[in-house]
Design a protein around this ligand. Structure first.
Ligand SMILES: Nc1ncnc2c1ncn2[C@@H]1O[C@H](COP(=O)(O)OP(=O)(O)OP(=O)(O)O)[C@@H](O)[C@H]1O
Ligand SMILES: N[C@@H](CCO)C(=O)O
Length: 327
């Protein structure tokens, strides 16, 4: 459960008195997520989500996330909307943390995504990329290549506690990706940067909403595709599923065709994406704050995914003939 910061009932009731949300009936910490503290609120007006932003989120970045959610919604993307308090502000403070209340989205995230879910997320991701084109604010990706070495340095001395040789494996991959191979001239835009299954809600096999824009930023659009390829197209034993990859990539390509350069770069971007999540998971695994209610995610899952991506030569290994996707 991700609750790093506890909130007392009287403190919450006082906070809610600044909103037009009626009376607090009950609230509970949400048993999912690893980044921020989330609570489900039940008030006399309905259900809402309260997020207290934690370590990886700087307060001055919150207007970007909140503005993006409003922008995407105005372009037809279903995502939570921040609620304004009686003073007209969406961002306030609770228990010493930046705090936002958002509306509750219907749907559930898929515990075992199938090919239809993968197609759904492919289409939704491309639509989000298109909808983000005219969003005026920008935020650099703090967790792109230059952000990985500091994570590695935090974890290197203890990495082998998880797996013998892990520190050397990570160092070699980092040296490679930092060594000038990372693409520079691919199409850029607003990316979600964390569109894992637990951030995509479905009603049946239809996407009903995207959540958690905490890592959204400006970066290569194909990097977002690579993140999803890793997050959606492997089985629980970490074997790659070409049927899911084909469904995901083709659905993405029908909304926004990947250029030849993007396709050529995808295996490399997927290596980088695997390393990025491996590193944050490793740091989190080794540094669970005392008293926090959180279930850290498995770093070794991403070792296996990274090894697979290191073996990929081209889009064919993802089960896709390039012609259908080229811009
Ligand atoms: N708008 C919403 N409507 C319904 N449920 C929500 C909403 N926002 C969050 N949740 C619930 O809270 C959980 C955690 O939310 P979220 O993914 O934003 O947290 P996080 O700590 O930032 O997670 P992550 O580890 O994915 O970065 C979600 O899996 C979902 O169950
Ligand atoms: N989606 C991330 C956690 C949130 O950043 C992971 O699975 O490692």
């Amino acid at each position: 459960m991700a609750v790093y910061t506890d909130v007392a009932a009287d403190e919450l009731a006082d906070f809610l008195s600044h909103f037009e949300l009626g009376e607090l009936l009950s609230y509970k910490g949400i048993a999912e997520g690893v980044e921020n503290s989330n609570f489900l609120l039940h008030t006399s007006s309905g259900y809402f989500i309260l997020t207290l932003y934690e370590k990886r989120v700087a307060r001055n970045e919150l207007p970007f996330f909140l503005g993006l959610m409003a922008h995407l919604a105005s372009r037809g993307i279903i995502c939570p909307q921040p609620l304004k308090n009686k003073s007209g502000e969406a961002l306030s403070e609770l228990a010493g943390r930046p705090a936002v209340i958002i509306n509750f989205l219907e749907g559930i995230w898929p515990r075992k995504p199938n090919a239809a879910h993968c197609a759904g997320v492919g289409q939704a991701l491309a639509k989000m990329h298109l909808a983000g084109r005219d969003f005026a604010m920008t935020r650099p990706n703090a967790l792109s290549v230059s952000g990985w070495r500091p994570l590695f340095d935090q974890a290197a001395s203890r990495a082998d506690e998880l797996q013998h040789g892990l520190a050397d494996f990570l160092r070699a991959e980092l040296d490679y990706l930092e060594g000038g191979v990372w693409p520079k001239n691919l199409p850029q835009g607003v990316i979600h940067a964390d569109l894992f299954p637990d951030n995509v809600f479905f009603l049946g096999e239809k996407v009903s909403g995207l959540i958690d824009f905490t890592f959204a930023c400006n970066d290569m659009l194909a990097y977002d595709v690579a993140i999803c390829l890793n997050a959606w197209c492997f089985e629980s034993d970490c074997s790659f599923n070409v049927t899911k990859a084909r469904a995901f990539l083709n659905a993405y390509g029908r909304e926004r065709a990947l250029s030849e350069a993007e396709q050529a770069a995808l295996p490399l971007l997927a290596r980088g994406a695997a390393l990025r999540f491996l590193l944050t998971r490793l740091v989190d695994f080794l540094n669970v704050p005392p008293g926090a209610l959180v279930r850290p995610k498995d770093p070794l899952e991403y070792v296996r995914k990274l090894r697979f991506q290191q073996s990929v030569a081209s889009m064919r290994d993802y089960g896709v003939e390039t012609s259908g996707l080229v811009a």
